[in-house]
Design a protein around this ligand. Structure first.
Ligand SMILES: [Ca+2]
Ligand SMILES: [Ca+2]
Length: 179
């Protein structure tokens, strides 16, 4: 399964990113509180980051996972002001850091290096870096619903609807956390 990170501004004054799957996104701060992806990356731990910049990009520079278990798969794809980075082998229960260096924009400027931290914890619906019964209860409360803008995090197996399967997945993760 995939999610996307949108780095709206990779700059020091207003640096933030958001994660989206299909049309669903949440803010993934570059600094401060860790943004946690609670949805499954599938058996291969595959995720897609879409980093969105202020200006149109020219080159993707060097993008790599500099902390945590996982790696960049293939060459990042640039389209206008977005860069799509495929990640694979991303382990659960950790924080990964994707570092961008030597990215250039259409004005020929080399952008400052940026680190994009992403917490990965299956079932951590409330994003507090621990899976407990509160997360299970949040999923249970939404069983029967179609995943939408306000409840997509409850669809932890990312099949588009919130069912008992999501409850089961979350229950199985109780006790796990991001160190
Ligand atoms: Ca939690
Ligand atoms: Ca589901």
């Amino acid at each position: 399964m995939e999610f996307m990170v949108n780095a709206m501004e990779l700059s020091t004054d207003r640096a933030w990113t958001e994660v989206e799957i299909k049309t669903f996104d949440f803010e993934l701060p570059l600094t401060g509180k860790l943004g946690v992806e609670c949805r499954s990356g599938g058996a291969q731990g595959n995720y897609t980051l879409v980093l969105r910049f202020t200006n149109q990009l020219n080159t993707s520079g060097n993008v790599s996972v500099t902390s945590g278990l996982g790696s960049v798969s293939g060459t990042p794809i640039i389209k206008n002001n977005t860069m799509t980075v495929n990640l694979t082998g991303v382990a659960n229960g950790q924080k990964i850091v994707v570092t961008l260096a030597n990215v250039t924009d259409k004005y020929g400027r080399t952008l400052a290096s940026a680190k994009v931290p992403v917490g990965i914890l299956l079932g951590d619906v409330d994003g507090n870096k621990t899976v407990d019964n509160k997360d299970v209860n949040l999923v249970t409360a939404k069983v029967g619903a179609t995943a939408g803008a306000t409840n997509f995090r409850n669809d932890v197996n990312v099949d588009g609807s919130i069912t008992q399967d999501d409850v089961t997945v979350t229950q199985a993760q109780v006790g796990t956390s991001i160190p």
